[in-house]
Design a binder for this molecule. Structure first.
Ligand code: NAP
Length: 276
């Protein structure tokens, strides 16, 4: 595996879940890891755990709200002041508010989600790109989701945000490759993290990711590091989800039928009866 020792890696959303696991994995590789998120205490704990690995890894903790341009610029400037370059950017910070569209709050649920999941990814990349262009090298890993390939009920805004990340990354990949900059998209299925605690999910059917398909944050963290070592355009994990993406692309009417009959109608039964 190509060595990541001494590489400067920014991980956004490193205070929990996939970002935390990715940061730790880069720490195991002896990288210089910049940990950015709003919860500074959690970031400090992750930084201490990385130091305890004794791999020669260095850390820089930066408290930042990735929905704000000035905070994003601060992350990039602080990284350059301390380490002088940026080799890897992992755009991971994000969240989902999962409910019927009419129930989502226009500001807290819709605008806030788009600001972090879409603007945050675009603006962070925009700030880092001139550095990578000057270096003529770099890896950008964008955390997408199966929701970036398939739209499912209650995921309207989250799916819109991840479809945006998909389109943005595909176009960017084709812009920056001549500078030796690799842009990769990773599409995890369900991952056991704090994501669900912030999502406000209320389901009658208890529909959820089957246990055998549920990933750990470490599974995804390892995949993120592998994508830096062996860049590729996109990676769906677990691979079995590729079949549902294919089914959705080839037979959308079939997926509409099964999703509406199997999920939307049972979930909205009471509302449908009330409006009958
Ligand atoms: N869990 C899944 O099933 C799953 C599946 C596919 C893709 N994903 C994606 O994976 C990424 C990480 O999610 P996770 O599952 O690891 O959930 P998580 O444990 O809730 O982690 C989310 C991270 O994003 C950060 N974040 C959220 N809003 C932020 C803001 N305004 N500014 C800075 N940081 C912010 C959080 O940090 P602070 O709160 O400290 O700011 C936290 O570190 C997200 O992009 C998510 O869409 C998750």
């Amino acid at each position: 595996m190509p060595s990541l020792t001494g590489k400067v890696v920014i991980v956004t959303g490193a205070s929990s879940g996939i970002g935390e696991a990715s940061a730790r994995q880069f720490g195991r590789e002896g990288a210089k890891v910049v940990l950015a998120a709003r919860r500074a205490e959690r970031l400090e704990t992750v930084a201490q755990e990385i130091a305890a690995l004794n791999t020669g890894a260095e850390t820089l903790v930066i408290q930042a709200d990735l929905s704000k341009l000035e905070d994003i610029q601060f992350v990039v400037n602080q990284t350059l002041s301390k380490f002088g370059r940026i080799d890897v950017l992992v755009n991971n910070a994000g969240f989902g508010r999962l409910d019927w569209l009419e129930n989502l709050d226009p500001t807290k649920d819709i605008e806030a989600q788009l600001l972090v999941n879409v603007h945050g990814v675009i603006q962070t990349t925009r700030q880092v790109l001139p550095v990578m262009i000057k270096q003529k090298s770099g890896n950008i890993i964008n955390m997408c989701s199966m929701a970036g390939l398939i739209g499912t009920p209650t995921y309207t805004i989250y799916a819109a945000s991840k479809h945006a990340v998909h389109g943005f990354s595909e176009a960017l990949r084709r812009e920056v490759e001549p500078w030796g900059i690799h842009v990769s998209l990773i599409y995890p299925g369900g991952v056991a993290t704090e994501f669900g605690q912030h999502a406000g999910i209320k389901r009658k059917t208890k529909a959820t990711t089957p246990k055998f398909l549920l990933l750990t944050a470490d599974d995804v963290g390892r995949a993120v590091v592998k994508l830096v070592q062996h860049p590729r355009a996109m990676w769906i994990i677990p691979w079995l989800w590729s079949l549902s993406a294919l089914l959705n692309k080839l037979f959308p009417a079939f997926v509409d039928f099964t999703t509406i009959r199997g999920f939307t109608i049972p979930e909205r039964e009471d509302e449908l009866k009330a409006h009958a």
